[in-house]
Design a protein around this ligand. Structure first.
Ligand SMILES: Nc1ncnc2c1ncn2[C@@H]1O[C@H](COP(=O)(O)OP(=O)(O)OP(=O)(O)O)[C@@H](O)[C@H]1O
Ligand SMILES: [Mg+2]
Length: 227
C-alpha cells in the first residue's frame, strides 16, 4: 500500500499533543528526503511559529509551511497544492473548528493523539461522533488514535486499546510517545528529537517507530520493488 500523502492530526480536546506529533512527523519525513508541507489550521499558529524558528537554525532540512484560519481556505489550498508534495501534514486547533472538519474531509489518514486516562472523558465519544459525521459525507477512511505523553512503563497503552474498542470509527495505533522533555524542547524550536544536541534515544526511537507505522518501511518497500 502506498504511503498516505495527506495526514491530519486532530482531536477536539486541546493540549493532547497534536502540534507535537504533527511537527515531529513532518520533520522526520523531511529528513528522509521527502517534500513535506506543514499546514497549520490552528489560529494560535504554534506549529508555524516553531517552523519559523527552524529557519534560524543552520543546515536543517526545509519544511515549508502555511497557515489557514478557516476551513474553506484550508480545503481550497490543500486541494490545489498537495500534489506538489510527498507528504502534507495538517495540524489543527483543539476544538471542533471548521479547519478540523476540512482536514478530516481531505486526509488520507487521520491521527488522533490522546493523553493517558482521558479515554472515558468526553474526548473519545466526541471524536467518534465527529468521525461518524465526516464518514457519512466522504465514506470511510483510516483513523488511528495514539497515546501521547504516556508514562514510561505504565499500563496506559493496554487501557487505551481497550477503551477504543467501544469506538469502531478509530483504530488503535500502538506507537505511544512518552512524556519526555525532548519532545517539548525540540518541538518548541521546530526541531526533530534527533536534531537536539543532547539526544534522548528513547524519544528518537518512539518517533522512528511512529514514522514507520504511518509511512511504512522505506527499505522494505525499496527491496520489494527490486525483486
Ligand atoms: N510527549 C510529550 N512529552 C512532553 N511534553 C509534551 C509531549 N507532548 C506534548 N507536550 C507538551 O504539552 C503541551 C501541549 O502539546 P501540544 O501543543 O503539542 O498540544 P496540542 O494538542 O497541539 O494543543 P492545542 O490543542 O492547544 O493545539 C506543549 O507544551 C508540549 O510541549
Ligand atoms: Mg496545537
Amino acid at each position: 500500500m502506498a504511503a498516505p500523502r495527506i495526514i491530519a492530526v486532530c482531536n477536539t480536546k486541546g493540549g493532547t499533543g497534536k502540534t507535537t506529533v504533527a511537527l515531529q512527523l513532518a520533520i522526520a519525513r523531511a529528513r528522509q528526503g521527502k517534500k513535506v508541507w506543514f499546514v497549520d489550521g490552528d489560529r494560535q499558529q504554534t506549529g508555524a511559529l516553531a517552523l519559523s524558528l527552524r529557519l534560524e537554525q543552520k543546515g536543517k532540512k526545509e519544511v515549508p509551511f502555511a497557515t489557514y484560519s478557516d476551513g474553506k481556505s484550508l480545503q481550497f489550498n490543500v486541494r490545489k497544492l498537495s500534489d506538489q508534495f510527498d507528504t502534507v501534514i495538517i495540524d489543527v486547533g483543539g476544538f471542533d473548528a471548521t479547519t478540523m472538519r476540512a482536514a478530516m474531509m481531505l486526509c488520507d489518514l487521520l491521527l488522533i493523539p490522546f493523553q493517558p486516562r482521558s479515554f472515558d472523558s468526553w474526548a473519545l465519544p466526541k471524536m467518534h461522533t465527529l468521525l461518524e459525521e465526516v464518514q457519512s459525507m466522504r465514506g470511510e477512511f483510516p483513523a488511528y488514535a495514539l497515546l501521547n505523553s504516556a508514562d514510561p512503563n505504565s499500563v496506559d497503552n493496554k487501557e487505551a486499546e481497550e477503551a477504543l474498542q467501544d469506538y469502531p470509527t478509530m483504530k488503535f495505533l500502538n506507537c505511544p510517545l512518552g512524556r519526555r522533555k525532548a519532545f517539548a524542547t525540540s518541538s518548541g524550536y521546530g526541531l526533530g528529537v534527533d536534531e537536539l544536541k543532547t539526544r534522548d534515544p528513547k524519544a528518537v526511537k518512539e518517533v522512528k517507530d511512529l514514522v514507520k507505522a504511518v509511512f511504512g518501511d522505506e527499505e522494505e518497500e525499496a527491496n520489494a520493488k527490486e525483486q
